[in-house]
Design a protein. Structure first.
Lengths: 113, 112
C-alpha cells in the first residue's frame, strides 16, 4: 500500500453508462493528478489539482470530468465513453506540483464495451 | 511538443550484471528528473530523483546520471536481481512546471 488508494481496481462499463473512479490519499500532499496509461504508450497527463484547484486540463475530452472536493480525495467521473478509452487510470499525489516525486496508486483498469 | 523518450523498449540481463537504462528528454528548462519502476499490476514506484544542478546521484544499488549538454538521463542498477524486472520510466517537468511527463518505458527482464 503506497498511501494512495484507488477504487475500484477493475471496472467494465458500457458506452452509455456513467461511473466514477475514486482516489484517496492520506499523505498530507497538496497536489493530485490523473494519468491515463494505455498499452505501449507513455503515461498521459489528464488533470492536475493543486490545493483543490484545477491547474491543468491536458486537452481531455469532456466525457471525463474530474472533481476534487478536498485535498485528500479526487474523483474522475466518466460518461458516454468510447472503447479507445479503455486503459489503466492512475492517480498520484505529491507535496508540491513542482520538484517533488509523485506517489501513485495501483490504478483502475477500465474496460469500455 | 514535449516528450521524454527512452532509447530501448526492452533490456535483458543476467542476474548479477549491471543494467543501464537510458532516456533522452526534450525540456531543456526542466529542473527535476525522476526514475520510476512499475511492476505488473501496480502503479509506478519512485526510485530516485535528481535536480538539474547535479550530474550524478546515488541510491541503494541505483545511480542516476544527468548530462544536460545532450539532454540525456540514465539509470544504472548494480548487481541486477530478478526482483528488478519491471518497466522503468524516466520523467521530467513539463514546460509549465505543473506536472511530470513520462517516457515510454523500458522493460527490464532479469534472468537467473
Amino acid at each position: 500500500e503506497t498511501g494512495v488508494t484507488q477504487t475500484p481496481r477493475h471496472l467494465v462499463m458500457g458506452m452509455t453508462n456513467k461511473k466514477s473512479l475514486k482516489c484517496e490519499q492520506h499523505l498530507g500532499h497538496n497536489a493530485m493528478y490523473w494519468y491515463k496509461q494505455s498499452a505501449k504508450k507513455p503515461l498521459e497527463l489528464m488533470f492536475v489539482y493543486s490545493l483543490e484547484e484545477r491547474v491543468e486540463n491536458n486537452s481531455v475530452p469532456s466525457r471525463f470530468s474530474p472533481e476534487c472536493p478536498n485535498s485528500s480525495h479526487l474523483f474522475l467521473h466518466l460518461h458516454t465513453l468510447q472503447p479507445e478509452d479503455s486503459a489503466l487510470y492512475l492517480c498520484a499525489s505529491s507535496q508540491d506540483p513542482r520538484r517533488s516525486g509523485y506517489t501513485f496508486g495501483s490504478g483502475t483498469r477500465l474496460t469500455v464495451v | 511538443g514535449e516528450s521524454v523518450g527512452l532509447h530501448l523498449p526492452t533490456l535483458s540481463v543476467q542476474e548479477g550484471d549491471n543494467s543501464i537504462i537510458n532516456c533522452a528528454y526534450s525540456n531543456s528548462a526542466s529542473d527535476y528528473f525522476i526514475w520510476y519502476k512499475q511492476e505488473s499490476g501496480k502503479g509506478p514506484q519512485f526510485i530516485i530523483d535528481i535536480r538539474s544542478n547535479m550530474d550524478k546521484r546515488q541510491g541503494q544499488r541505483v545511480t542516476v546520471l544527468l548530462n544536460k549538454t545532450v539532454k540525456h538521463l540514465s539509470l544504472q542498477i548494480a548487481a541486477t536481481q530478478p526482483g528488478d524486472s519491471a518497466v522503468y520510466f524516466c520523467a521530467e517537468e513539463n514546460q509549465a512546471g505543473t506536472a511530470l511527463i513520462f517516457g515510454k518505458g523500458t522493460t527490464l527482464s532479469v534472468s537467473s
